[in-house]
Design a protein around this ligand. Structure first.
Ligand code: AMP
Length: 222
């Protein structure tokens, strides 16, 4: 008998805040319908906006630039991935951010019959990160991302997609960014080693032109 069971593959995007995980995963997914971009930050911001129980719990952590508890985000990602149908490759952006979350992801993947294909690390120096976050703008209505210099909208301050006025993310202020970078070094850098040990880690230089980074990232798990 033929086996029609759909297979889900998971490609993890690792990197500091501002390293371009969302931009690169988003571009890849736009270009290929078999790729689905899933961002833990977007799921959380949506939960905060809708004031779900998880969103209410997460809001304070996000505002301070701290990590939301593993159990809260782990449950959210688990529910989301379990609800996805059909054969696809998930580009997982922003999760896992701790070794405990990486272990939760193993359990979720086991339950969904999904395969962890690669963990792509977008390597970007600290100085570039600070400049990228300072110039980052987002659309509060449709979520599209911009940068005043690197990814400018056609009309300054206005979203190309839906015409809404662009804003600076609440957690992109200098004080919170400092905290987010410290949290990344303390809690997320060990995740790099976790996947390195398993032979899944692929390092991609995340400092160049977006089109080049997209190409290198795509080749990293082909
Ligand atoms: P991001 O959009 O990925 O920069 O995430 C924005 C904020 O959401 C982070 O600073 C955290 O407060 C929270 N967040 C996103 N992903 C996670 C995660 N995997 N674990 C814990 N907190 C997260």
């Amino acid at each position: 008998m033929l086996n029609y069971l759909a297979v889900m593959k998971i490609v993890i995007f690792l990197g500091a805040p501002g390293s371009g995980k969302g931009t690169i995963a988003g571009r890849l997914a736009e270009a290929d319908a078999a790729l689905r971009h899933v961002s833990s930050g977007d799921l959380l911001r949506d939960a905060v906006k809708r004031q779900t129980a998880a969103g209410v719990e997460a809001a304070g952590y996000m505002k301070r630039g701290e990590l939301v508890p593993d159990a809260v985000i782990g449950q959210m990602i688990g529910d989301y991935l379990s609800g996805m149908a059909g054969e696809c490759t998930v580009l997982l952006d922003g999760f896992p951010r701790t070794v405990a979350q990486a272990e939760i992801l193993d359990a979720v993947a086991g339950r969904c019959g999904a395969e962890l294909t690669a963990a792509i690390l977008l390597d970007v120096a600290d100085g570039i990160i600070v400049e990228r976050i300072a110039g980052r703008r987002v659309c509060p209505k449709c979520g599209a991302g911009y940068h005043v210099k690197n990814i400018p909208p056609r009309v300054a301050g206005i979203c190309d997609e839906c015409g809404a006025g662009l804003v600076i993310r609440k957690d992109d202020n200098p004080e919170t960014v400092k905290n987010r970078l410290a949290v990344y070094k303390a809690q997320t850098v060990p995740v790099i080693e976790f996947y390195g040990t398993r032979g899944l880690l692929r390092r991609v230089d995340g400092a160049g032109l977006i089109d080049d980074i997209v190409r290198m990232a795509r080749r990293a798990w082909a």
